[in-house]
Design a protein around this ligand. Sequence first.
Ligand code: ATP
Length: 451
Amino acid sequence: MLGYVRKNISEVEYHTWFAPVKNLGVQEGSLVLGVRNSFAQEWFRKHYLELLEDALRSLGAQNPQVSFQVLPAAQDALLLPNDPPPPPPAAAPSRSAPAPASFENRKVLNPKYTFENFVVGPNNNLAHAAALAVAESPGKAYNPLFIYGDVGLGKTHLMHAVGHYMTERFPGKRIEYVSTESFTNDLINAIREDRMTQFRNRYRSVDLLLVDDIQFLAGKERTQEEFFHTFNALYENHKQIILSSDRPPKDIQTLEGRLRSRFEWGLITDIQSPEYETRVAILKMNAEHNRIDIPQEVLELIARQVTSNIRELEGALMRVVAFSSLNNVPFSRAVAAKALSNVFAPQEVKVEMMDVLRQVAAHYNMPPDVIRGSGRVREVVVPRQVAQYLIRELTDHSLPEIGQFFGRDHSTVMHAISKVTEQVGRDQEITAAVEVLRRKMQGLDDEESGT
Ligand SMILES: Nc1ncnc2c1ncn2[C@@H]1O[C@H](COP(=O)(O)OP(=O)(O)OP(=O)(O)O)[C@@H](O)[C@H]1O
């Protein structure tokens, strides 16, 4: 959303108003944004409501709703990085002060990128095994470990996993993770500021050096030279080096021969695109981690739709989650297909019996199994009959098939359907339920399949 907003207003406006906004989540179908005070609240309502709704629409929300809540003072205080600084609590760093003369590009390990969170499949099992071996005996198993593969397939994740593993097993070991770009920038700054000793100390005193996107060394002679010496210093001291790249060393153009051969000293391993089962497993793990209760068949649909890279796969899952919560509809294959249709080639999705049952269950706030069960009280019988009626209308299933799905025979289904048919237009509650549910199922499905 912020990306969308930023493109549509000036940078100053963005920083003044949007940088401090806090996402308070979705409540009853409305996205709630935390703002600093009632003045801001009013201002947002007047000036930015439409823009924010457009932003949500661009993300797939059909009926976007945004509301604003004033944040309690304490939270507020943390959210004002762009305001003039308050009268100084002694050591508060001033944003306008020049950057300290240290290395700015230091990165930390992403806590999510651990071995536990890494799904192993045929596409990555060699790289995974190699990384694990290196983590267990750094500097001894394979040095350097060179991992290559296309974007978003888990190279960084594996490198960080080694870092985490080592931190746990061997506390006190020094680990440095750096992108090749940062390494280059650090070097340039060090040369300019006459801090080469500091630079060398930083990179040559580590126990594990992780360098991402090493293909960017291509064509940078001075950086290659410096990296060559860093490499040698570490290697000679049996310190572990792990490099990632989008291609194998032999395909990195204008890389000095002596570096290329060093990259080939250890083990070169690749990561391929994950196959369907691995993609489903990754989605499943992601959903569990984020405590999202999403049916297997929806994950399967996403995994079929997004085949190239894992970052996109994760993005697609988040999109589906956002879409269903913003539109206040339960997860279903149709909803997922709709959520993804703007980004990926649309996929034909038929309404399934299970989809209907789930929607009906959500509507009546009742577990699907209860509706399919043997209960005979009106509270259960009505939803069951409505579900059978809608399945008959929205799918191609025959009466015996519907009967089987509900553990009943076809004459019961026939009776249910005629009962609902009779009541539609007469019984207000049933009429409303059928209409709402039909619109939910059909509206989403029809547009999606382009009929
Ligand atoms: N096997 C896996 N199991 C679980 N999550 C994975 C797996 N592989 C990758 N991911 C996730 O996919 C996302 C992208 O992975 P990562 O950043 O490591 O890719 P990359 O290969 O380093 O890409 P780039 O070349 O763009 O830097 C991350 O969120 C990562 O956690």
